[in-house]
Design a protein around this ligand. Structure first.
Ligand code: GLA
Length: 402
């Protein structure tokens, strides 16, 4: 009978159903949180750094705040052995990756690694092209929980197929692994990747400046505000298990404290993956306070999983809204300008509606309590105007609750 059905399907021109052709479901139901080595350390990675970072993730309170994944980006690689199996760089990772994964897991954290769909990684190390199934099995045997998969040296490959191949390989290896697609938004992954990966980069690399473009000749890296702007048309594509990824964070990597706070707030408003990218071992108190703000994190991790949107834009002062699972809203006033802004905001005269989630913020009808998520103070209710001053390159981030 089964054979008969298959023959009928094939006769009808339909492909035989693929046993996998599904990513691992039930992972990344809220945006992944963790740390990635690239932004701060680039190719200077070794097992000492990774172990110390895992230690610091626990001792700093970041683990308690929700950070889980410790991800080694490019340059951990050695060469392939005679069977084609990838080995770590033996000088940098003398204890091997299984031992490193065990160390990370013993801390209650999860282990992430990096590869590339092409023949070489962006840093020139062996890529996974032609070794996808071997690599997926190797990663699974090391206890890997998260794979970031880059797009350098992929001439002639089609992104959708190349990423689907690695998805199949990960499925075949059998270990649930978050699959993080990193082709910089070049092939519009938001249109095809929701069943391929759990998150996809939407842009080229981030750069630790407020609103600059860092031109490298053949490509550019983008300041935090430039990245934010590129997310605006994409919100409808994200949701539980499939997130837009505006890149790892630069909090603690040279932005001012207000800029770091604004950057972090906006990643929460965008329901972005929150991968810290600084040196966790030497964090100034202000940086730690930003990265572990549980009220802001709760906005980013909200179970509704709807990205925020820009509702109002006026002379460099933007009002962003994000609907929340409890029926409330996160509201973020973002001052992009070089001077402070004063705010006299009439909630009652601003009716705001989100067509995507079908939620409305109608303060003329409903009264909300207001909490300032950076000071922790209650600011009364939406019955009266909100008066505030917002420094240049800073935010006022609020949670409105019925
Ligand atoms: C690309 C990615 C970065 C990083 C580097 C590593 O540029 O976009 O996030 O992984 O490669 O070489």
């Amino acid at each position: 009978m089964k054979r008969f059905i298959l023959v009928v399907l094939m006769a009808a021109g339909l492909a035989a159903p693929n046993v996998f052709s599904q990513k691992f479901e039930g992972l990344a139901m809220t945006p992944p949180m963790g740390w990635n080595s690239w932004n701060k350390f680039a190719c200077n990675v070794d097992e000492k750094l990774i172990r110390e970072t895992a230690d610091a993730m626990v001792s700093s309170g970041m683990k308690d705040a929700g950070y889980q994944y410790v991800v080694i980006d490019d340059c951990w690689h050695g060469e392939r052995d005679a069977q084609g199996l990838i080995r770590p760089n033996a000088q940098r990772f003398p204890s091997g990756m299984k031992a490193l994964g065990d160390y990370i897991h013993a801390k209650g954290l999860k282990f992430g690694i990096y590869s590339d769909a092409g023949w070489k990684t962006c840093g020139g190390h062996p890529g996974s092209r032609g070794h996808e199934y071997q690599d997926a099995q190797t990663y699974a045997s090391w206890g890997v929980d998260y794979l970031k998969y880059d797009w350098c040296n992929t001439d002639g490959l089609k992104a959708e197929g190349a990423y689907a191949t690695m998805r199949e390989a990960l499925r075949a290896a059998g270990r649930p692994i978050i699959f993080s697609i990193c082709e910089w938004g070049d092939n519009k992954p938001w249109e095809w990747a929701s069943n391929v990966g759990h998150l996809w980069r939407t842009t080229g690399d981030i750069y630790p400046c407020w609103d600059c473009e860092k031109n490298y000749g053949t490509w550019s890296a983008w300041g935090v505000m430039k990245i934010v702007d590129k997310q605006i048309p994409l919100r409808k594509y994200a949701g539980p298990g499939h997130w837009n990824d505006p890149d790892m964070m630069e909090v603690g990597n040279g932005l001012s404290n207000t800029e770091g706070r604004a950057h972090f707030s906006m990643w929460a408003m965008l329901a972005a993956p929150m991968m810290s990218g600084n040196d966790l071992r030497n964090m100034p108190a202000e940086i730690k306070a930003i990265l572990t703000n549980k009220d802001v994190i709760a906005v980013g991790q909200d179970a509704l999983g709807v990205e925020g949107f820009r509702a109002i834009e006026e002379n460099g002062l933007e009002t962003w809204l994000k609907p929340l699972n409890d029926g409330g809203w996160a509201v973020c006033f973002l001052n992009r300008a070089d001077t402070a802004k004063t705010l006299d905001f009439s909630w009652k005269s601003q009716y705001m509606q989100d067509g995507l989630s079908n939620k409305e913020l109608n303060a003329a009808r409903d009264t909300y309590k207001i909490r300032d998520l950076w000071t922790g103070k209650d600011l009364g209710t939406t019955a009266s105007n909100l008066k505030a001053s917002i420094q240049s390159h800073d935010v006022l981030m609020l949670r409105l609750t019925r």
